[in-house]
Structure formats: structure tokens, C-alpha cells
Design a protein around this ligand. Structure first.
Ligand code: SF4
Length: 754
């Protein structure tokens, strides 16, 4: 579907030369990850090799994908860049805003009503700027990308953490914030710290009840939720080759749960088969021509300890099915020990709902294996005890598995097919329950299982497993059931046992679909008008931020001196505020409401220096803004850690905060502030944090000579008339100072594009 074969041809044309240059530069055999990364450098080859875990490197990704929740602000910003079209092939996918309640058709209808203006906006912006648009119901971003756009050796970014799913087709695919997507679509380089590399050697072959999902459930248990941070996992070995491309996708998908930058696999026959099966024989043909570059060198895989920072080995022949959870995806328990764990920990034994599908596990193979279990329930006269839902990852998969009778198998055990969307996986689930705080157990084939994620109930014990295990558990309705060893009592009172699941990797009659739900962009979008109702509470067109006038910034009021942890969630909360992600002014009403005020230890309570009274942070700041007074936010260590959410930088900018001065920044947030035209400064002497008083008026007295590596002098005028002078350092390079001068990075791009 509209994949860009010329772009792929161009990428492959670079491979030979770039890999050779990289080999010379590193003077040793190469991992696949290194081949992909060095082939996608934004500029020339460096003089010396990048340092893993240290060097910040500019890349030029091949594609961008965005989901509907994050795309709103990304596209609103992109519209400011002054471009006719996105600089690289890009797509938008409507999947996060569909509430699961009564089943696919009714739920989709409800979502179309409720989110009409958002979908219409995304559709018209996409149409105008050459961006492929996948309508609500078309599928979940990562499954659609795998089916249509992912290609071996490619590099992409996506505004969703499970973008990493595309590693199943041999990509380096990375989840990012909206601001990064804007950079790449606007033609700017994209920066990433050169990752460390973890090699995962897979030997043996899956069998019985074990599936690809169990590989990543096991890896999550080994590495834990933080073990992959700053790393790319590269899977290799005979076991890797024996897995289907979609199975590889599942493994890469859940790499997000261990904090990995991404995961990937070398190009092999299963990938070629998947490409051909999804109508991309031409991509497979091109990949075959450069296939020696689309995998790591033999020597690397023969002696992985020499080339990876860490190596893990898993024998698939011996791997047991795993069940991870509750409340964290790295609590991994082999099936044989799970019943014991349930009893020992007093987890609710009755299983209330089994949910299969999602972007993690809704391939043809997954569905066919789960359906083979469902079929047995009917054949063996078993009554399914738990509720059971199926979330297909795309309309293409849904249509095909319906045609091949699998949905019918689920129907016969009372399964409810939900819309091809995120639904319960992202908490968009109107779960039928009378007590929203009741302790209960559910099991899903999804990826995340943090408290409240699926249904908002903090006492829902959510477990994660493969679709076939979820289906077997739903039939049993009992968390202590082990389908490998246990029997169930059927309607005739007989003890019956479930046989091992049997599935098919690719549909024997091929994939099919009536309407995939794709809208190609207009060839010439210049006459398309993007309409946003000025009265809308969910969307608001952006106005460019004011450029810097070149003068010192003086007379700033202290808005808040934040104490302790101040993450992007403290700065711009999620939850109910998700609704306003496309409306900067409305979402700004959550600005810094979670930060703790140093002077009273309270959140969302700061002194308004104009009235002397305490008020909520956004309101106090609006008061300053209305009076034409700038303000400053002071913070502690690692200010802005958490997500790459650009709203956390845009909101203070929008409401008139001029400076953020902290002991230290989380790097992504610091960059986001710079991009939005804010001054992000760090105390030269962190003890100066203590000099900031509640009624201070603060001035930057030598900003006129703002330059790289030159500290800025700050005057603190205290309420008693005394003054302190402190120094702040910064990390602005010349280019970033130009962003500041222009008012934002986008303003500068617009000037350059004019
Ligand atoms: Fe994210 Fe779940 Fe949607 Fe996948 S199905 S994109 S994990 S919300």
C-alpha cells in the first residue's frame, strides 16, 4: 500500500559503500545494527568510530509513523515548518482513540462520533502534506507498518514506544516524541546517543505450547524493565532464523518493556516470505541483492562476546511458555511454576477475562494458533469460563482470519471481536464490571501490564502471555491451570486435555482485504485547507512563538522553585489531559501542576507575586502573562526526566515562562526546551539553588552576549532589596542559539524554507 519503492532502492544503493567505509573505520567485523546505523548517518562518515553509550549522533531516518494521539501536536507543529510536503515518507494511524465496549462495529461508530474533529483534522493535514493516512478501523500503527512499510536494513522513527515492532522485518525502528517526528518530517537530522549493543543468540527451535512471545517474556525476566536502556538488542543464530517474521516482530515489540532503544533481526528467508506474502516481492528482490549487508558478519555471530556489550543465549528447544506479571512485564514465571506462584502470592485465582491480539500478537500465525485451541474447546465440549476478546492488529489480518474461519472459532466460544485498534491495551476499555476497585485477574497477549493500564482498576492483576496460552486460560477460567499437564472437566463430566496448538505462519490462500482503510495523500496539496474550528476544545492551530529581541531578559518573577523529582508527568500530566493533546492553550492548564513547590511543600500552589496570594500554577502564570511579565522556573536534578513529550516544553513557552534554571536536566527535555525557543540553563554552582527566594525578581544581565560555552550572569533581587549574582552555564551550540534567536527551531526552519 503506497510504500515507497524508490526510497528503498535509494537506501539499498548506499549500503555497499557505507558498509565498506564503516568496516574500514571500525577496523573489525560489523554487527547488523552498526551497518544500519552507519548507513543512516545524516552527514559524512566521522573521522573515528562513535563511542557506544557516549557519542550523540545525527541520523537520517527513512520513514516516520505517527499514531492519532501523538500526531496531533506533531502535525500542528509541522504545519509551522513552511514545507509543502513531509521530507520523508510518513504515515498517520488512527488507533488509540477507539473505546472498546460492545464490539468492533458499534465501538468504531462511537469513536467516529466522539473524535470526529480530530480524525478530520489528521486526515486533512495528511492529505495536504503528502502523508499517508490510515483511517480509524484500519489497524494498529505497528501492525500496519509491518504489513506495509517496514523493510530490512531500513531506519524509521515513530511517535509511539512500540514502533520497535518493525525490527521484526530487520529495521532499526525507534519510538520518539512528536518533536523528533517534526524534525525528520521538516528535513532536519535526528539525534540519538549511539547505543550499546546486546546480542541475543537463539539456538534450537520452538515447539509445543512455546511461541515467539515466550522468547521476549524470558528476555524481560533476564534483563528487567531497565536492562535494555540505551541499548539495541540484536537477535541472531539458527533459532532466530527459524522464527516467522511476525514472531520476530512480537519479540522486538516487547523490547520496549525492557527499556531498549530498539531490537532487530538479520534479513532471512522468513522475512522474504513475509514481504512476498504482503505484496512486496519487489522489496524482497531488492533486499536479496544486498542481503550480505542486511545481517551481521559471520565472525560477529561466531564470537559475539567480542563484539557485543552483553550476550544472552536462549535455547528455543528448551524454552517453556512464560507468564509475566502482575503489574510489571519483567516478572517472568515459567508456566510449570505459575500455579505455585499464584497460590503463594495470593493472586486472584479466578481468571475473569482473556484478551488476545493487539499490535504485539495479532499475526496470522498468532490467530491461527489461538483458534486451534478455541476449536478444541468446542470439539471437546468445554465451556469457556472467562470472557474472551480478540483485537485484530489490522483490517488485512481481520479480513483474512475471518475468511479462513478463525473468527468463527472464537465466536463459538463466546469471543467478542473488538475494533482493529488499541482498545483495552491503552485503557480504552469500558469493562463490564460493577466494582472498579475489585481485586481480579485478567490475562492478555499485549505487552504492558502496569497497574490501571487496561481498565483503570488499580487492583486488576494483569498477566501477559502468548495468545494460545491466553486462550487456554480463558477456557479454563483459572490462573492455576497448566494446559500442558492439566485436564479440564467438560459438559459430559469427562476429564479432557487440550492438545498443543497448531498454526500456520502465512495464509495458504494469501492475505486479502476489501477496504484496508488507507487514504493516499493528494498529489498536490497546495489548495487543501486545514480547517480547525476556533471554538474547538481539542484542537488549536499554533501561532509561531515570538523571536528573541536580542536584549537582556529582566524583571522575571519566580513562578516555582520545584523541589525534588520533576518529571515530564509533573510538568504536563497525562491521564485525562490526553484529550487536549492537540490544544496547546487548554492543555497548558496542567502546566507544572504536579511539581512540588520548595517553599510550601505543596503541589500546584505557588505565590502570585502580583497579589501575594497563593494560586494554582497555570493560573498564576496566566496572570503574569496578562500583565506582560515574564517568569522563570527553577528546578532540581534531572529536571524533565521521563518521556520526550514536547508539551512539557511547549506549555511553559506558550504561557510566557522565559527561562528554566535547574541543577541538571534530563537531556531530551533540555533539547525540547531549546527547540521551543526557551532558555534552558544550569546552575554553575548547584548550591546557588538555595539562594533563590520566593519573592525574587530575576534578571539575565549579560544575555546580550549569549554565545556557546559562555556562562550567563543572573541577578537575584530579593524582597529586602539585597542582591545576589550567580552564574548559569548552558549547552547551546551556535545552531541552537539561532533557534533561540528565531523564537523556536521551527521558526528557523520556516525562515530557511522561505
Ligand atoms: Fe500501544 Fe497497545 Fe496500541 Fe500497541 S496496541 S500501539 S502497545 S496501545
Amino acid at each position: 500500500m503506497a510504500f515507497d519503492i524508490d526510497m528503498i532502492r535509494g537506501v539499498y544503493a548506499r549500503y555497499e559503500k557505507k558498509v565498506e567505509e564503516t568496516r574500514k573505520l571500525l577496523n573489525r567485523p560489523l554487527t547488523l545494527t552498526e551497518k544500519i546505523l552507519y548507513t543512516h548517518l545524516s552527514g559524512e562518515m566521522p573521522e573515528s568510530a562513535f563511542e557506544r553509550g557516549k557519542s550523540y549522533v545525527d541520523f537520517a531516518p527513512d520513514r516516520v509513523a505517527m499514531q492519532d494521539a501523538t500526531a496531533q501536536m506533531a502535525l500542528l507543529q509541522f504545519m509551522q515548518a513552511g514545507r509543502d510536503k513531509a521530507a520523508v515518507p510518513s504515515t498517520v494511524h488512527c488507533d488509540h482513540l477507539i473505546l472498546a465496549k460492545d464490539g468492533a462495529l458499534a465501538d468504531l461508530k462511537g469513536a467516529l462520533n466522539m473524535n470526529k474533529e480530530v480524525f478530520d483534522f489528521l486526515s486533512s493535514v495528511s492529505n495536504k502534506y503528502g502523508i499517508g493516512f490510515w483511517k480509524p478501523g484500519a489497524g494498529i500503527i505497528h501492525q500496519v507498518v509491518l504489513e506495509n512499510y517496514a523493510f530490512p536494513g531500513g531506519m524509521m522513527i515513530g511517535t509511539d514506544s512500540h514502533t520497535v515492532n518493525a525490527g521484526g522485518l530487520g529495521m532499526v525502528a525507534i519510538g520518539v516524541g512528536g518533536a523528533d517526528a517534526v524534525d525528520v518530517m521538516a528535513g532536519m537530522p535526528w539525534e540519538l546517543k549511539f547505543p550499546k549493543l546486546i546480542g541475543v543468540k537463539l539456538t534450537g527451535k520452538l515447539n509445543g505450547w512455546t511461541s515467539a512471545k515466550d522468547v521476549i517474556l524470558k528476555v524481560a525476566g533476564i534483563l528487567t524493565v531497565k536492562g535494555g536502556t540505551g541499548c539495541i538488542l540484536e537477535y541472531f543464530g539458527e533459532g532466530a532464523k527459524s522464527l516467522s517474521a511476525t514472531g520476530k516482530g512480537t519479540i522486538c515489540n516487547m523490547g520496549a518493556e525492557i527499556g531498549a532503544t530498539t531490537s532487530t533481526f538479520g534479513y532471512d528467508e522468513s522475512m522474504a516470505e513475509y514481504l512476498i506474502g504482503t505484496e512486496r516481492a519487489d522489496v524482497a528482490e531488492l533486499a536479496n541483492q544486498v542481503k550480505e549487508h542486511l545481517t551481521g558478519d559471520d565472525e560477529v555471530y561466531a564470537n559475539p562476546e567480542k563484539y557485543f556489550d552483553q550476550v544472552i543465549e536462549i535455547n528455543l528447544s528448551e524454552l517453556e511458555p512464560h507468564i509475566n506479571g502482575p503489574f510489571t512485564p519483567d516478572r517472568a514465571t515459567p508456566l510449570s511454576q505459575f500455579a505455585e506462584e499464584v497460590k503463594k502470592n495470593n493472586w486472584p485465582k479466578e481468571l475473569e477475562v482473556g484478551l488476545i491480539g493487539s499490535c504485539t500478537n495479532s499475526s496470522y500465525e498468532d490467530i491461527s494458533r489461538a483458534a486451534s485451541v478455541a476449536r478444541q474447546a468446542v470439539d471437546k465440549k468445554l465451556k469457556t469460563k472467562a470472557e474472551f476478546t480478540i483485537t485484530p492488529g489490522s483490517e488485512k489480518v481481520r479480513y483474512t482470519v475471518e475468511r479462513d474461519g478463525f473468527l468463527n472459532d472464537f465466536d463459538k466460544i463466546g469471543g467478542v471481536v473488538l475494533a482493529n485498534a488499541c482498545g483495552p491495551c491503552i485503557g480504552q476499555w469500558a469493562r463490564h464490571t460493577n466494582d472498579p476497585n475489585r481485586a481480579n485477574s485478567i490475562i492478555t497477549s499485549f505487552n504492558r501490564n502496569f497497574a490501571k493500564r487496561n481498565d483503570g482498576n488499580p487492583n486488576t492483576h494483569a498477566f501477559v502471555a502468548s495468545p494460545e496460552i491466553v486462550t487456554a486460560f480463558a477456557i479454563a477460567g483459572d490462573l492455576t491451570f497448566n494446559p500442558i499437564t492439566d485436564t479440564l472437566v467438560n459438559e459430559n463430566g469427562e476429564q479432557v486435555k487440550l492438545d498443543e496448538p497448531a498454526g500456520i505462519q502465512m495464509p495458504p490462500k494469501g492475505f486479502d482485504v476489501k477496504d484496508a482503510g488507507y487514504q493516499a495523500p493528494a498529489k498536490d496539496g497546495s489548495s487543501i485547507e486545514v480547517v480547525v474550528d476556533p471554538k474547538s476544545e481539542r484542537l488549536q492551530l499554533l501561532s509561531p512563538f515570538e523571536p528573541w529581541d536580542g536584549n537582556n531578559i529582566t524583571g522575571l518573577k519566580l513562578l516555582i522553585k520545584a523541589k525534588g523529582k520533576c518529571t515530564t508527568d509533573h510538568i504536563s500530566m497525562a491521564g485525562p489531559w490526553l484529550r487536549f493533546r492537540g490544544h496547546l492553550d487548554n492543555i497548558s492548564n496542567n502546566m507544572l501542576t504536579g511539581a512540588i513547590n520548595y517553599f510550601n511543600d505543596k503541589s500546584d500552589s505557588v505565590k502570585n507575586q502580583l497579589t501575594g496570594e497563593y494560586g494554582v500554577v497555570p493560573q498564576v502564570q496566566r496572570d503574569y502573562k496578562a500583565n506582560g511579565i515574564g517568569s522563570i522556573v527553577v528546578g532540581d536534578h534531572n529536571y524533565g526526566e521521563g518521556s520526550s513529550r514536547e508539551h512539557a516544553a511547549m506549555e511553559p513557552r506558550h504561557l510566557g515562562v522565559r527561562v528554566v534554571l535547574v541543577k541538571s536536566f534530563a537531556r531530551i527535555h533540555e533539547t525540547n526546551l531549546k527547540k521551543q525557543g526557551m532558555l534552558a540553563l544550569t546552575f554553575e554552582n548547584e548550591a546557588d539553588y538555595d539562594k533563590i527566594q520566593e519573592d525574587d525578581v530575576i534578571s539575565l544581565i549579560d544575555l546580550e552576549s549569549f554565545a556557546p560555552d559562555i556562562p550567563v550572569t543572573i541577578e537575584l533581587l530579593h524582597a529586602d532589596g539585597s542582591k545576589d549574582f550567580i552564574k548559569a552555564v548552558h549547552t547551546y551550540n551556535q545552531q541552537q542559539i539561532e533557534w533561540f534567536r528565531a523564537g523556536s527551531a521551527l521558526n528557523l526552519i520556516k525562515l530557511q524554507n522561505a
